[in-house]
Write a protein that binds this ligand. Sequence first.
Ligand code: PLP
Length: 452
Amino acid sequence: MAYVYDSGLEGIEELAAEAAARFAGVNGLDMTVFPSVVALENDIVGRAARLLGGDTETAGTFTSGGTESCLLAVYTAREHARRTRGVEAPELVLPDTAHAAFHKAAALFGLKPVVVPTDPQTYKVRAGDIAAAITGNTALVVLSAPSYAHGVIDPVAEAAAEAARRGVLCHVDACIGGWYLGHLRLAADAPRLPPFDLSVAGVTSLSVDLHKYGYAAKGASVLLFRDAELRRHGWFAHASWPGYPVVNATLQGTKSAAPLAAAWAVLERIGTEGYVDLSRRVHLAAAALAEGVRGIEGLRVLGSPESSLIAVAADGPGIDPFVVADEMRGRGWYLQPQPAFGGSPANLHLTVTAAVAGEETVRQLLADLAEAVGAARALGPVEIDPELVAAAGLLDPDTLTSEEAALALGLAGVGEGGELPERMAPVLAVLQVLPPKLTERLLPELIGRLYT
Ligand SMILES: Cc1ncc(COP(=O)(O)O)c(C=O)c1O
């Protein structure tokens, strides 16, 4: 119920594989030598623009994924702010629910993240709080449609209006939900959805991943801009060297056209009607799943999901969601643990895709979940030694040595070897009570052991 997006349609994977194989050697580095990459990209960007509120001015770029789209949105805004407004100390205003990719962008491109807390009931940012966070140095405001963690849509119209009022760019991160929501609203029996796309006044860029609800092979996303004039600020051109003149629209230099060709083929094959149908099925399944979860004693759904993503938390102290995740894994399901953060308690994330949208699959998942909750209740929550937490709180992530990190991980139940424990609840329990900066120091140590 995470990471994998499967249309469940016959022949899609084979089609993507064949297209990718035929284009694996085509190099998107030089679009003047390989006109096919321009043709495919224009087709894909045009399709995304028509779906998501673009007009004849809309411009776009095909990227390798959501993270690259988010990185380029931020980089473009930074350059735009520097060149058009003389901003030298750029800031990035974003809700605390925005995807980690934006923090990566801020770190890579030297922007100061200005994090705006979201409403602890709805998990949406308030437009007034966004307005209050904007300064003369704000290069970009980011909103999610929907957010990954809770599947809710920020108040795009209201917040984008605040950004526009201050002359600031506004990016809608529709990486995960854009393709799904855009098609769902075309269904005859579509639910009411708030406006979230480029048609909203003040929205200046939008990212939408094809390797999620476009069911394309991995390595496919689109970044749309209100026009080519804005897009050009993110392109890198270099002529001051003795080699070929360089123009890069994305982060890579040489880039295989395989993901582009695979995405193009899958989009053509599934088509608008096909996506509307897949989105409807996902919508119905997600609604049934959320309803079913609410019916399981000891569980609750966080917020009111407006998309295909559901966050399931414990309703009361007796059940540890991470123990439920371990129990579900034993039953063949992967539910993604989301540690407690701010107003969001520890919970499990479920991404509903077409392949798991069948009635029988939903029924089976709910039955297994009810059983897993029973088992988790019997086992009880993971107990953490408060002295351990207190001691960990004294560690300084900036000066922590690898030996001390190993010691800290040992206390969390992770041995020196590369293998992760079968049951992750005890590890996650420790990680989520540590200060986030310390966790961020420990995670690379933990994952580094897998790569020998
Ligand atoms: C809202 C949102 N933005 C950005 C990303 C990053 O996308 P990717 O994992 O394709 O780099 C994701 C991934 O799930 C996402 O959900």
